[in-house]
Ligand binder design. Structure first.
Ligand SMILES: *Cc1c(COP(=O)(O)O)cnc(C)c1O
Length: 393
């Protein structure tokens, strides 16, 4: 599935290097002589920006921090509404709440990404931004979302936490909107243990993001740390040299990870596709089949009961599913009682509000695609999936 499968000697050497060559300077700036002018966070930002095709990148402590920093750079706060989707990791909504803005959570469709019609219907005069989430390495309908946002003067922040390196219509995800947010937690495409990145082409947004992530210090290259003026109330979301060193090593493996995932997903799909109709399944609609990262194969089984039976059969034969249907708790807003029970907008109906999303999610089975699986591993797992589907057809 992700970077943790291929973490090893290169990452280890990169960390040792921080002690051997940077003399153990773990902070992202200052101590220039002592660190032999080695700056891994700055290197990681530059390399990441280049790989993604963005002008600027700001390293932060997590994907959740990336979302918060992006929203703060846009000046979003109390009284503003930010639209996102019901199928996402809870962090997207947490970041909106943490700015004091109101999350407006809309349905996903059979892409399992934001339904552009639901976005349009949710826009009010208070809407400031939309956060489409590219779930499980596939693109949200950016070609539909972009004109809607432009028509209403909304900012777009892409939650690209699950889609590092994927493209849509030839353009890398994370570069369609004003800002793109990435996560490097241990389950993501590339990992630094914990970590994140905000990318943008907008110099002013970058300046504000860089400032906010570092207690509001003005970003003035050349001025010693601590001597800059403050320009805004900020916070500390700084990445360490250790994370960045690992990140640089992982980034070099991104294209290998994507190539292997795409090939393995195609191989997995080939087991089911010829029989899809007879098996009574339908694949998730993927808008960017050539550009997706391919970390998950999702199909709809027709009912919640059948999806659960398939997952159960697979578990009994030692094959795991991902997120759906059993692990929805942290990824579907319809389960987030602890988030919504006291929220004036959601307290009444959070458990039934996103019926359209629930209908797709409940009948979905999600198969994780492993980077290092060999054809014989895939065949063994897919035979189990086929058996499970035949047994429940
Ligand atoms: C993982 C994830 C995040 C949060 O990233 P962290 O680095 O774990 O804080 C945000 N959004 C989505 C869709 C994610 O999958």
């Amino acid at each position: 599935m992700p970077g943790f499968e291929v973490i090893g000697e290169e990452e280890k050497q990169a960390v040792v290097d921080i002690f051997d060559r940077s003399n153990g300077v773990l902070f992202y700036r200052g101590f220039d002589e002592r660190r032999n002018h080695i700056f891994r966070v700055l290197d990681f930002e530059a390399a990441f920006a280049q790989r993604i095709g963005a002008r600027y990148a700001q390293a932060v402590t997590s994907g959740t921090a990336a979302l918060k920093v992006a929203l703060k750079a846009l000046g979003i706060g109390p009284g503003d509404e930010v639209i996102t989707q019901a199928f996402t990791f809870v962090a997207t909504v947490e970041a909106i709440l943490d700015t004091g803005a109101t999350p407006i959570v809309v349905d996903v469709d059979d892409t399992l990404n934001m339904d552009p019609d639901a976005l349009r219907a949710a826009i009010t005069p208070r809407t400031k931004a939309v956060i489409p989430v590219h779930m499980m390495h596939t693109a949200a309908a950016m070609d539909a979302i972009l004109p809607i946002a432009q028509e209403h003067g909304l900012f777009i922040v892409e939650d690209t936490a699950q889609a590092c390196g994927a493209t849509y219509q030839g353009k890398t995800l994370g570069t369609w909107g004003h800002l793109g947010c990435f996560s490097f937690d241990f389950g993501k495409t590339i990992t630094t243990g914990e970590g994140g990145m905000v990318v943008t082409d907008d110099e002013e947004l970058f300046r504000l993001a860089r400032s906010y992530h570092n207690h509001g210090h003005a970003f003035l290259p050349g001025v010693p740390p601590g001597e800059e003026p403050g320009i805004m109330p900020g916070f500390n979301f700084r990445m360490t040299e250790l994370q960045a060193a690992v990140g640089l090593a992982q980034l070099k493996k991104l294209d290998f990870i994507l190539a292997r995932q795409r090939a393995n997903k195609a191989m997995m799909k080939a087991f089911l596709e010829p029989e899809a109709e007879a098996l009574g399944i339908r694949f998730r609609r993927v808008l960017n089949p050539d550009g997706e990262g391919g970390d998950t194969l999702v199909f709809f089984t027709g009912s919640r009961e059948r999806a659960r039976a398939v997952a159960r059969h697979m578990a009994q034969h030692g094959v795991g599913t991902k997120l759906l249907p059993g692990a929805e708790r942290w990824h579907f807003a319809g389960y987030w009682e602890w988030i919504f029970r006291d929220h004036p907008l959601y307290a009444e109906d959070w458990s039934t509000r996103w019926a359209a999303s629930a209908r797709w999610l409940e009948q979905a089975v999600a198969l994780p695609v492993m980077v290092l699986d060999e054809p014989k591993d895939i065949e063994r797992k897919m035979r189990v999936v086929l058996d499970a589907l035949r047994a429940t057809a």
